[in-house]
Design a protein around this ligand. Structure first.
Ligand code: ADP
Ligand code: GLC
Length: 486
């Protein structure tokens, strides 16, 4: 059994902006089920504090002129002990954890997540009175990437693992910020956290972690190439012996069509006919004509370039000329919000667009749709295609990252060996997107084939069990690689 400090800037159901929230809300529990001693560390944002009934302060620390309390609670619905970094001036704000009400990064993000990292280091070194010494500090994305760098400046430290959920978000600031934060001078430089004269948080994880992983085997390969590497591919190639990919699992307590309380009607692969009740419900709720036979395409997403909205918008006119309906839920960049709403206004009988973040509707779209559209330009893992597969909603997805690892294109061979579960968009163009959608519609017409595809999609175990074991192996490798063990 290892002691794991799991450090994340979001975790469902406390706070979630995307897939990292889902992972941090479910992997720790899967590790715990596999006999690991896991503690989750999160910032005490206002939204998190609102969900904590009793604020139990178990430790205190001091950084950047702030008196910081460590509050102890449990991740709701689990026995995962969770420590919250409570620094009101820094985290007790309404809204998005990373963005201000105008949708811009909070002006003091470098300071906020440096402070978070400093507190994580205190806990990782067992020096704030919690009487718990982790063997591994597991950091996720740029918001906790300074932790491996800072820990490396100590003569003895726990092992460090850094998971890349998305290399596009790097936590880049000007070089002065590094000095203003009073970080150890030895961390500056191209072999440290400097990136083209700027200060890069993510390099703290990429350079200093004992082990690096990303959230699918395919993305682990892709990020070593210039096309997906954002200039960090050289560093990742240099560290390739320490870099691996572990596909995300899904929380089958939250995402299970058989028990999901947010659905109009539960179903499983033996009661697939009941899935159609969710479709009718969704159509009515979204004010789309309640036509059982018209294929309904769903999409739930952050509205950002990564998710393929440029192709979707360019393809929209043609898509809406096909015999289908589309239901989109998302929030993000204003240009996409406005353009999608404009299309929905023009085609209210075919396209429904809901702008906002809505956990309930996201489950209802997964269950009520026939097809799920995911034309991402890149996708480290992707959880929505995994939810879709579990819900018998066949993905039409790009052949990138984790999508390529999990969506098996429907062709003669994959149909014969019963692995076919979706439709691949083979390049980043509107034409390829339209071609894949057309292909899915052709198969949709064949009821028995479609049912077989749904069976193929719903059958595999997509829970965390297998991946949690791979993380446990990774922790062991990190512990073995740690040059300065405690
Ligand atoms: P990413 O982390 O890049 O956003 P993922 O597919 O890994 O992509 O995970 C996205 C998660 O966020 C899923 O659980 C998805 O359902 C959820 N999500 C995204 N946008 C919304 C929204 N507007 N409302 C509700 N859930 C959303
Ligand atoms: C990121 C990626 C997404 C991945 C998620 C969880 O946000 O964009 O592909 O599924 O992290 O690992």
């Amino acid at each position: 059994m290892s002691k794991i400090l799991y450090i994340s800037s979001e975790a469902f159901p406390f706070i979630k902006t995307g897939g990292l929230g889902d992972v941090a809300g479910s992997l720790p529990r899967a590790l715990q089920k596999n006999k690991q001693d896991v503690r989750l560390l999160l910032p005490a944002y206002q939204e998190v504090l609102d969900k904590v009934k009793k604020q139990n302060c178990v430790a205190e620390t001091f950084h950047y002129g702030q008196h910081i309390r460590i509050l102890e609670t449990f991740l709701p619905g689990t026995r995962v002990k969770t420590w919250l970094v409570d620094s009101p001036a820094v985290f007790d704000r309404p809204g998005n954890p990373y963005l201000d009400p105008e949708g811009e990064p909070w002006h003091d993000n470098a300071f906020r997540f440096a402070l978070f990292a400093q507190c994580a280091v205190d806990i990782a070194l067992n020096r704030c009175g919690l009487s718990w010494q982790p063997d591994v500090a597991h950091c996720n994305d740029w918001q906790s990437a300074l932790v491996p760098a800072l820990l490396d400046t100590f003569p003895q430290r726990p092992a460090t693992v850094f998971t890349i959920h998305n290399l596009a978000y790097q936590g880049m600031f000007n070089s002065q910020t590094f000095f203003d934060l009073g970080l150890p001078a030895e961390l500056w430089g191209m072999h440290g956290v400097e990136f083209h004269q700027h200060f890069s948080f993510i390099k703290g994880g990429l350079v200093f972690a004992d082990r690096i992983n990303t959230v699918s085997p395919n993305y682990a390969k892709e990020i070593q190439q210039p096309e997906f590497g954002y200039g960090l591919d050289g560093l990742l190639r240099h560290r390739k012996d320490r870099l691996s990919g572990i596909i995300n699992g899904i929380d089958t307590d939250v995402w299970n069509p058989g028990t999901d309380k947010l659905l109009a009607k539960n179903y499983n692969r033996r009661t697939l006919a009941d899935k159609s009740k969710n479709k009718t419900y969704l159509q009515k709720q979204l004010k789309l004509p309640a036509k059982a036979k018209t294929p309904l395409i769903g999409l739930v997403s952050r509205l950002v370039e990564q998710k393929g909205f440029d192709s979707i918008l360019a393809a929209m006119e043609t898509l809406l000329s096909l015999p289908l309906q589309i239901a989109i839920l998302g929030s993000g960049e204003k240009v996409y919000e406005t353009a999608l709403l404009d299309w929905a206004k023009k085609y209210p009988q075919k396209l429904s667009v809901t702008i906002g973040y809505d956990e309930t509707l996201s489950h209802q779209i997964e269950a009520g749709s026939d097809i799920y559209l995911m034309p991402s330009t890149f996708e480290p893992c992707g959880l929505n295609q995994l939810y879709s597969l579990r819900y018998g909603t066949l993905p039409v997805a790009r052949n990138v990252g984790g999508l390529a690892d999990t969506v098996i294109d429907t062709n003669e061979k994959s149909m014969a060996n019963k692995t076919a579960n979706g439709f691949i968009i083979d390049n980043d163009t509107p034409a390829a997107l339209i071609a894949a959608v057309r292909r899915s519609l052709k198969f949709y017409k064949n009821i028995s084939v479609w049912k077989q595809l749904q069976h193929n999609a719903m059958s595999p175990d997509r829970s965390w069990q297998a991946s949690a074991r791979q993380y446990i192996d990774l922790y062991e490798q990190a512990i073995a690689d740690n040059p300065h063990p405690i």
